[in-house]
Structures are given as C-alpha cells and as structure tokens.
Design a protein around this ligand. Structure first.
Ligand code: AMP
Length: 177
C-alpha cells in the first residue's frame, strides 16, 4: 500500500456487525473530517475519468458525495441514482436481487442522452448488484456505462467480475479481502 492509499485506509472507519451480524461496515464518513484528503481523493478519481466520460452518476446515498465532487472537477453533469419513489417522474427503474428480497433503483432519463458515456460511482463495491443494476439502467436509457469507480472493493464478494461485462475500466482505491 502506498502512503496515499494507507492514509485513506486509516481514515475509513470499521464497524463490526453493522447493519447486520457478520458484516463489517466500512464507514467513509471519517474521511470527511479531513478536507485536504477529500480533495486529493476527488482529484485522483477525476484524473482517472478525464476525457473518458461525458457525465457522472452517483448511487444513493454515499455515492453522491464523491460523485458530485468528481463531476465538478471534470466540469461534467451529475445524475442521481436513487432508491424507488424518491425521484419525481418521469423515471426509469431497474430491479435487482439482494441476498434477501429485491431492490429497485431509478433515474430521470431526461439527463441521459443517446450514447452518453457514464462514470458510475459509489463508495463501496460489495457483491456488485447495485452497480450492475445501475449499468443496466444507464443502458436502458441509451447511455453507455463506460467506467466505474469506488473508494473500496470487498474482493471476496466478487463484485468486479459482475461489472467486467460492461467495462474493464474499474477503479477501486482500496481492496479488502
Ligand atoms: P452491493 O450491491 O452488494 O455491491 O452493495 C453495494 C452497496 O451497499 C453500496 O452502496 C455500499 O454503500 C453498500 N455496502 C455494501 N457492503 C458494505 C460494507 N461492508 N460497508 C459499507 N457499505 C457497504
């Protein structure tokens, strides 16, 4: 680990057994106590996507935090991917399976032009179900899921494998087993 990734790692909280037993929650809110580090992280993300995308979408809710900062640094539009029922119509939705039950996400298609290349951003890549559903949603609206970025991936859950069918450009600043 280089000093930059080590610093990020040290600024991510670990909460055992949250939100359910056996899960170790990676809490990125600790990062936001360190404004220069937040700026540096946003710059690293933006550099990865410079010239490669036409817009950024962030996944509710922690994906909004760096997602908007990345879009601002690149001077690109930002689009919100939200849980069902939160966005005003017209919306397009995509449902996906969770370990128990189902979830649905939505987007406002007015912000997605044909062929528009998107960076899909979220805080943590776990099983990849949410990011994959977002890629499907973008495609359904005529956009292209061109890149993905995450602060951290949980490697053992295999999320990256589910995303490679959309793009090989997947940036994870940290990888946890
Ligand atoms: P998944 O669809 O399984 O890749 O889950 C990704 C979503 O769940 C992201 O929006 C994350 O914010 C959240 N998430 C899943 N596992 C964790 C974890 N261990 N710590 C923090 N957030 C998590």
């Amino acid at each position: 680990m280089d000093t930059f990734t080590q610093l990020i790692d040290e600024n991510i909280g670990r909460v055992p057994d949250f939100p359910s037993p056996g899960i170790q929650f990676k809490d990125i809110s600790t990062l936001f106590q360190n404004p220069p580090l937040v700026n540096e992280i946003a710059t690293v993300f933006a550099t990865y996507s410079q010239g490669k995308v036409d817009a950024v979408c962030g996944i509710e809710s922690r994906g909004f935090l760096f997602g908007l900062l990345i879009a601002q640094k690149l001077g690109l539009p930002f689009v919100l991917i939200r849980k069902t029922g939160k966005l005003p119509p017209p919306t397009v939705s995509e449902s996906y399976r969770l370990e128990y039950g189902e979830a649905t996400i939505e987007v406002q298609p007015a912000y997605i032009k044909d062929g528009m290349r998107f960076l899909i951003h979220d805080d943590v890549l776990a099983t990849g179900g949410t990011a994959q559903a977002t890629a499907k949603l973008i495609k359904k609206c005529g956009g292209v899921p061109a890149q993905f970025s995450f602060i951290a991936e949980l490697v053992s859950l295999g999320g990256k494998q589910r995303l490679l069918q959309y793009s090989y450009e997947i940036q994870c600043l940290l990888s946890y087993e």
